[in-house]
Every structure is written in structure tokens, then in C-alpha cells.
Ligand binder design. Structure first.
Ligand code: PSU
Ligand code: MN
Length: 303
């Protein structure tokens, strides 16, 4: 296994020194935000993790290797190169074998983080059950990964391009804890809450860490969602963003968008229709998740 995984010096040293590490995905860089804000955000997010006492490990697939921790040039390439593949669990073997550039989603970042022994991962939003999934069967592989891979994912909930209620039902069926961080409601990415109640709330990183430790010490495999709402001052108006999401979904339908193209298409449309408003919100919530992720990694490491 070691011959397909390569670590940056910073991550290698953190692993050897048993320091707290936070994994970061790369699809958010290649498919989630435009250049150059994507690369700028990736760098700022890494620095926030360092400033909060942990080591960042941005994950991607390049040159037939799983890279845990990227150099500045590698980040730039992911953010700017043509034809970077979006890699979920299904695609990992193919990307390694063909030596193409692949950006990891929540699902594949969790897999790589677990292989590297990293327990905490920070991102923007998770994939979920899409609206209309009862006919399209479009359910993100992220949910199945959360069911089986023991990594905590700090995110701002799920975008309302998804069916948040069905996403929570799916996670319940699969036994995945969804912990509200300072909230009793499931956050909806651009907005601090949705109509859906959560069953557990934690108000500090130590509580989050002890819940994870209790679960994993019992041998209860699988991930957890730490649902961390977007900071108040950056949240968007629910009626504004929901109208835009409806429009984006109609355009996806009119253009027969399917499969792994659906999420990037909707993200791109929402960005276009909000004229950049959503991008600022997106950047700010990722930064906030990085901070909480670092605090959680530090707290977990102290147990
Ligand atoms: N949601 C966002 N931003 C993103 C994604 C989801 O708000 O960038 C990305 C993540 O990488 C996530 C993936 O894992 O989309 C889910 O894609 P799909 O729905 O095709 O599983
Ligand atoms: Mn899908």
C-alpha cells in the first residue's frame, strides 16, 4: 500500500510526531469554486488549520499516487489545469492506474484519510440524497462512505440542492451520527438552519471529540457528520437562495444533466445566478469549518 500513498513532508512529520491532522478534499478546489479563488481559499484554509494547532492534509490523486498533503504547485495545478477528474470511491483505482489528475470528493477523501490514519476532515458541504431521487436514484456515494469509513466530516450541512430530509433519513438508517455544532437544526450550507431537527448538539470541540472516541472505542465503525452552521454575518437569505436553487435545478433538467455532472452543474449555476454572492458565503463557511476541524483534531488528539 505504501507505494501508492505519498505524504508531504509536513504531514509525514505530523504523523510521526502524532500531531493532530485535518484532511481536506480537492473536488471543492477543482469543481466547487472558480480559479483563482479556489486556490487562494485552499491556501487560506490550510493556514487556518495551522493557526489552530493542527496540520492540514489536502488530498488528491496525481502521477499514480494518492497524495496526502500537496505542494503549492500541486494546489495550483488542481485549481487551474484542464480535465481534472472528480474522483469518488468508484474512480480511485482508475485514476491511480491511468496516472491522471484526480480531485477527491468527500467519499474518496474519507477513504484516503482513513488509510493515512487521519480522523478529522473539514470541507464545505457533503453530498446527499438529491431531490427527485425516488425516480433518478441519485444518492451521493458520500453517504455510503459515512456509513463505513471512520472519519469525522466537519461541514456546513448539505445544500438545499439536495433533499435534506431524505439525506438525514438515509444517514439515520446507516447509523451515522449527525451532530449539530452549536445548533439544534440541520444547517443548509448557505443558511444556518433548515426545518429539520437534529438529535444531538455539541457546543465545544471537547464534547465532539469525546462522542467520536466513545463510538470508535466500541468498534462502531463509520463516520460522523459535524454540522457547523455558516457564520451569521455570511449567511444568505433563505428565500433568495432557494429561488435560485429551483432555477438551477430546472436548468439541469432542461439540459439532461446526469451522473457525477449533476452536483458540479448545480454548484456552477447557483454561483452564476447569485453573481458571486454565493461564492463569498461558500469561502467563509469553509474557513469556519477548517477552524472547527482543527479544534476538533486537537481535542481528539488530547484524549
Ligand atoms: N457540495 C458542495 N460543494 C462541493 C461538493 C458538494 O457544496 O464541492 C462536492 C464534494 O466533493 C462532494 C461532491 O463530495 O461534490 C458530491 O458529489 P456527488 O453528489 O456527485 O456525489
Ligand atoms: Mn450523484
Amino acid at each position: 500500500m505504501t507505494n501508492v500513498i505519498s505524504y508531504s513532508k509536513e504531514v509525514q512529520e505530523a504523523l510521526e510526531g502524532k500531531k493532530p491532522i485535518v484532511a481536506l478534499e480537492s473536488t471543492i478546489i477543482s469543481h466547487g469554486m472558480p480559479y483563482p479563488q479556489n486556490v487562494e481559499t485552499a491556501r487560506v484554509v490550510e493556514q487556518i488549520i495551522r493557526d489552530n494547532g493542527a496540520v492540514p492534509a489536502t488530498i488528491a490523486i496525481m502521477d499514480g499516487q494518492i497524495k496526502i498533503g500537496l505542494s503549492d504547485e500541486e494546489l495550483e495545478m488542481l485549481g487551474n489545469a484542464e480535465g481534472v477528474a472528480k474522483v469518488s470511491r468508484r474512480d480511485i483505482g482508475q485514476l491511480i492506474a491511468t496516472k491522471k489528475i484526480g480531485a477527491t470528493t468527500v467519499a474518496s477523501t474519507m477513504i484516503c484519510a482513513e488509510l493515512a490514519g487521519i480522523k478529522v476532515f473539514a470541507t464545505g458541504g457533503i453530498g446527499g440524497v438529491h431531490r427527485g431521487a425516488e425516480t433518478t436514484m441519485d444518492i451521493s456515494a458520500d453517504l455510503e462512505e459515512l456509513a463505513q469509513t471512520s472519519v469525522a466530516v466537519v461541514c456546513a450541512g448539505a445544500k438545499s440542492i439536495l433533499d435534506i430530509g431524505l439525506t438525514l433519513e438515509y444517514l439515520e438508517t446507516k447509523g451515522v451520527p449527525v451532530i449539530g455544532y452549536g445548533t439544534d437544526k440541520m444547517p443548509a450550507f448557505y443558511t444556518r438552519d433548515s426545518e429539520f431537527d437534529l438529535t444531538f448538539r455539541a457546543d465545544d470541540a471537547e464534547t465532539l471529540a469525546s462522542v467520536l472516541k466513545a463510538k470508535w472505542d466500541l468498534g462502531l465503525k463509520g463516520g460522523a457528520v459535524v454540522a457547523n452552521p455558516i457564520p451569521e454575518e455570511h449567511a444568505l437569505e433563505a428565500s433568495f437562495i432557494n429561488g435560485i436553487i429551483e432555477k438551477a435545478m430546472q436548468e439541469a433538467k432542461d439540459n439532461s444533466i446526469a451522473g457525477k455532472e449533476v452536483t458540479p452543474f448545480l454548484l456552477g449555476k447557483v454561483k452564476e445566478l447569485t453573481e458571486g454572492n454565493s461564492l463569498t458565503a461558500n469561502i467563509e463557511l469553509v474557513k469556519h469549518n477548517a477552524k472547527v476541524g482543527a479544534q476538533l483534531a486537537v481535542a481528539y488528539n488530547n484524549l
